[in-house]
Design a protein around this ligand. Sequence first.
Ligand SMILES: Nc1ncnc2c1ncn2[C@@H]1O[C@H](COP(=O)(O)OP(=O)(O)O)[C@@H](O)[C@H]1O
Ligand SMILES: [Mg+2]
Length: 318
Amino acid sequence: MPTRADEPTPVVSVRGLRKSFDGREILQGIDLDVMPGETMVIMGGSGSGKSTLLRLMIGSIKSDQGSIRMFGQNICGMEEDDLNKIRLKFGILFQSGALFNSMTVAENVALLLQEHTRLSQEIIDIQVKIKLEQVQLRNAADLFPAQISGGMKKRAGLARAMALDPQLLFCDEPSAGLDPVTSAQIDRLLLDLTKKLGIANVVVTHEMDSAFTIADRMAMLDKGRMLAVQPKAWFERIRDVPDDELPSLSEDEQLIRQFLRGAAEGPLSERMSESDWEQDILGARRSVPGMRSVEPSRIVPQTEDEGLLQRLRRMLQA
Ligand SMILES: Nc1ncnc2c1ncn2[C@@H]1O[C@H](COP(=O)(O)OP(=O)(O)O)[C@@H](O)[C@H]1O
Ligand SMILES: [Mg+2]
């Protein structure tokens, strides 16, 4: 695809992406570019396809049609080994941090460095300290996830997502499950870190305050269709159009305005539990017959993604 010489290459470029489940088309031909260093917020009501799009982009499910170029390589139809290499180039912030409960915060952050680099333990320790400092968690290094608050778990998850210095981060509902003050802190931290480090950030959220705080550009999904991909200022303008000027807006713009003014996906009606989200994003269906009261993060999700599954298994055995 021709791009102007002065335009940087997108870190993620989605074209004509289609995905059906059980004969129902969930994504109906999605186009989306994410540029280096920008925060792209994906919005849309419940069931609009946000998580499906995210799962396709991180390679945890396969598309039916279309392409997803990540760092210039099409990941659709890619062999699992190659996909795993690409996966090392981006971080994912899971809703609850997806920390391993049997490991300390520091050990959680160190995992990927131990698995995927040849750095000495000494250097890894230093790296971990730097990551924890970046998320203001130096003092919690030796605590276990059960001993820290929801906001701290999320910050630890962020430190882990950034362990391998990715240029790209994916976050699904980063402020879900947090009180407003903590959630605003997470937003500020995300914004601060991604801007300082030049990391592109793809964020799925239905929380408008959060979206308007962190976004450079926004994308609005509705029933598997992309209504608009525009700079934040464009969405602010649509949101603030007064009632008497409604007829000047297109049908899609009116839909967008309605969504921006009164989120179609309410926090009370549709909020998933933290473990549901992990299950959701991993494409996993959790069922552990005969087991009771198992901690969610000790269960290996059943995902279609064998590479990810193996990694998780190895982590759990560690
Ligand atoms: N693995 C799956 N099997 C069948 N249907 C699915 C699956 N994943 C998602 N869906 C359906 O796709 C639609 C979009 O889901 P999702 O991407 O999770 O939406 P959102 O994240 O915007 O709420 C929903 O109707 C959901 O039920
Ligand atoms: Mg979702």
